[in-house]
Design a protein. Structure first.
Length: 737
């Protein structure tokens, strides 16, 4: 009897193990909790749009189609309620994959996406904001000690009757020093966003709000979560984010309601897509909505800002971005505005956010009422510009509309910055509707004003003389300057892409142990023959590194002109041991430079663990730009000293004084095929690369490059730290590939 019970027990155990394996195979699991999430729906792609065929295919597989197709030929398919087991669902998807009319099929799983207004703290600490100070009022109750907006130095007669316009300090010189974003200069010229359509991708918008209804655009609106046309959010107290963002852009002026939108004559719509499971297909359907009608998409959300996440758009969302810049607005390209992130208190970096590091987005950062960095700000070289937002609870925040039908002066975070940028861009599009998506990026960085933010550390001058910062991009957006330059702007020349791929001489990945510093250089001639890049726009580095603690890695890029961009700072919260695979780090800090010369990528670790081990695999340099200056009459900047030799001399300064040079066979830089937008050409070539030295880290210099105005040159300000050499661990950790 004992034997039979034992056999039954083993059978039960085997069944439980098989169930667990089935769950893990069919779901995604959270690294920290181990909880698994099932797929929510399936997406199929047909050769061409055929709604009737899609419905027949779904019915034949005990499924049904919901909503409209997206990306022309993609359909949402849902299992019927009678299909309950995971094994049955998986078998149905496998049969769909063999259907002759189905070109592609994929189950869609939820992604973690957060709105960028609320700043969440760890559960093991008090949830009170560390920057908030409370004082006792006369009756003994506690109240926030909140600073009021500074009155403008000279208050003009307010042009609007809206009761909260006087509290919109960022629109009429109310910031410290009398600064604002200079939108009044655009208004005085008669620009208010007419004939421009903006869509807020979020948790929906209250379309009948009295301060939005007259500007509501149904063609810029839909509900992806429930697959209908009504973007109205659920009135549960949690879904007000999208409505607030919409009010910043296009709240009506002069109607005695709330405040004033930056582009108060623009058309405003909303996509309800965050009030439910957010998958790659949900994002793609939102980003691709009516791309010929919508001019600007504004998104104030992204992956978790927890200091340990690397995440970005999936293949469908990337396709939506690509189609938007290629075909949107009649071929001029949609403009995608993105909030840079709220993870500053956790030492997060927006370089780990694949939405802000996309070439196709304008990543917008935040500044406070007193012209400083807010405590939630994330740093990265992909941020192109800044608008005002909130700080701690003692300083004023952003005024906008609220649900249901109300107003608020407490809109916060980089969530508030992106819609303000979208509104300013709408003013420029009214001034010149022919601007392309690349034109707008040129205009935003050229007209941004760094002077209000100059007292913040971290500013540097790039190779063409522009001040730029990892915190604020090129500075505070200036509505008047943007409109004035837009009116006479000439369409930029055709974009080229020049790609160099670094390959190790040894085909095996290079082992890295403990605290290390590696320097890799690429000699670039700008693809001189065929489709050259002489005037830089975006610079991307795709890198693959595995390391015991990903958060200990730091990546820094030096251009031939001497511009230093920290692509990835250390992130103490990131304990992931998988590293990153061909992650697209983006920099806009070399904009306008001549790329020809020697580029240096410095990969280093700040670990204190001598046994930390990993492997360096490869990196690729992608140069986006043009063969001619962006505008007639623009100066042509060449790589003046420090040039190629200057970069190499800095390598010697930045590496240890006791170096071991390892002789290696000559390696080559190879060009890797990349998707090229319409009208863009790419030059492929092989470029020989010299072998690079490897340094032991016994004594190293740390510091930064600073401009000496007297000597008129860059000097290295450094300090010396000594480290004992660490032997490799006796057993090397193995990683899955």
């Amino acid at each position: 009897m004992r034997i039979s019970v034992g056999r039954i027990g083993w059978h039960i155990l085997a069944v439980l193990v098989s169930v667990v394996i089935s769950i893990e195979h069919d779901s995604i699991c959270d690294e920290s909790t181990g909880a698994c999430v099932e797929p929510t729906h399936t997406v199929i792609r047909l050769a061409k749009r055929d709604d009737e065929l899609a419905r027949r295919i779904a019915a034949d597989h005990d499924m049904h189609v919901k909503g409209e197709p997206f990306l022309d030929t993609h359909y949402f398919l849902y299992h019927s309620e009678t299909t309950r087991t995971r094994r049955h669902k998986r078998a149905i998807v496998e049969r769909l994959d063999t259907h002759p009319a189905v070109e592609w099929v994929e189950e869609q799983r939820p992604k973690k996406r957060v709105k960028r207004d609320y700043i969440l703290l760890d559960n093991d600490v008090h949830h009170a904001n560390p920057f908030r100070r409370s004082v006792l009022s006369r009756d003994g109750t506690r109240r926030s000690q909140r600073q009021q907006p500074q009155s403008p130095r000279e208050i003009p007669s307010l042009p609007f009757s809206d009761p909260l316009y006087k509290d919109q300090w960022y629109l009429h010189g109310g910031a410290v020093g009398g600064y604002d974003m200079n939108v009044r200069q655009a208004w005085l010229q008669g620009y208010a966003g007419r004939n421009v359509s903006v869509s807020i991708l979020d948790d929906g918008i209250q379309r009948d709000h009295p301060d939005l209804a007259a500007n509501y655009d149904p063609r810029a609106s839909t509900d992806i979560n429930d697959h209908d046309d009504d973007p109205t959010p659920q009135n549960n107290g949690d879904n007000k984010h999208g409505t607030r963002c919409a009010g910043e852009v296009a709240a009506l002026a002069g109607n005695n309601q709330c405040g004033v939108g930056v582009a108060f004559k623009a058309k405003i719509g909303g996509v309800r897509m965050l009030d439910g499971a957010v998958s790659d297909s949900v994002e793609a359907a939102s980003l691709s909505l009516n791309q010929d009608h919508i001019d600007i998409y504004s998104a104030s959300w992204g992956p978790e800002d927890d200091g340990k996440t690397f995440d970005g758009p999936g293949p469908l969302a990337r396709e939506a971005f690509y189609r938007g810049i290629k075909n949107g607005r009649g071929g001029k390209g949609n403009i995608f505005v993105w909030a840079s992130g709220n993870g500053g208190s956790r030492q997060d970096s927006c370089s780990a956010d694949g939405y802000t590091t996309s070439v196709y987005t304008l990543s917008i950062s935040s500044a406070t009422y007193d012209n400083h960095r807010p405590w939630y700000l994330e740093e990265c070289p992909s941020s192109i510009a800044t608008t005002y937002s909130s700080a701690d609870f003692r300083q004023p925040a952003i005024v906008t509309v609220d649900v249901p039908g109300g107003c608020t002066d407490k809109h916060t975070g980089t969530s508030a910055s992106a819609p303000l940028a979208a509104g300013i861009i709408a003013l420029a599009l009214e001034a010149n509707p022919e601007l392309t998506w690349r034109d707008m990026q040129h205009l935003v960085l050229r007209t941004a004003n760094w002077k209000p933010l100059e007292n913040n550390p971290g500013w540097s001058r790039n190779g063409v003389g522009r001040m730029v910062s990892n915190k604020f991009g090129y500075g505070l957006m200036d509505g008047g300057a943007l409109v004035n330059m837009a009116k006479s702007w000439k369409t930029v020349p055709e974009q080229h892409i020049c790609t160099y791929e670094y390959r190790l001489a040894n085909p095996n990945p290079r082992p890295i142990v403990g605290r290390f510093q590696l320097n890799f250089t690429l000699d670039v001639n700008g693809c001189e023959t065929g489709t050259p890049v002489i005037y830089l726009e975006h610079v991307q580095v795709h890198a693959t590194v595995r390391y015991l603690k990903r958060g200990d890695l730091k990546l820094t890029l030096f251009s031939p002109s001497g511009t230093r961009s920290v692509l990835l700072p250390p992130r103490p919260q990131d304990f992931n041991a998988n590293g990153f695979h061909k992650w697209p780090f983006l920099s806009v800090q070399q904009w306008g430079e001549d790329p020809r010369g020697t580029w240096l990528l410095m990969v280093e670790s700040v670990t204190t663990n001598p046994a930390a081990a990993g492997t360096f695999h490869d990196w690729t340099l992608l140069l986006y730009g043009t063969a001619d200056p962006a505008q007639p009459g623009d100066p042509v900047y060449s790589a003046t000293p420090p040039t190629s030799q200057g970069v190499l001399s800095r390598v010697q300064q930045l590496t240890s004084q006791k170096r071991t040079f390892i002789k290696r066979p000559q390696a080559f830089s190879r060009v890797r095929q990349m998707p090229i937008p319409s009208g863009v050409q790419e030059q492929r070539q092989f470029v020989p690369r010299r072998p690079q030295p490897q340094s032991t880290f016994q004594q190293a210099s740390f510091g930064q490059w600073v401009w000496d105005p007297v000597a008129q040159r860059w000097i290295w300000s450094r300090r010396i730290r000594k480290h004992e050499p660490t032997p490799p661990p006796p057993h090397r950790r193995r990683y899955k590939h």
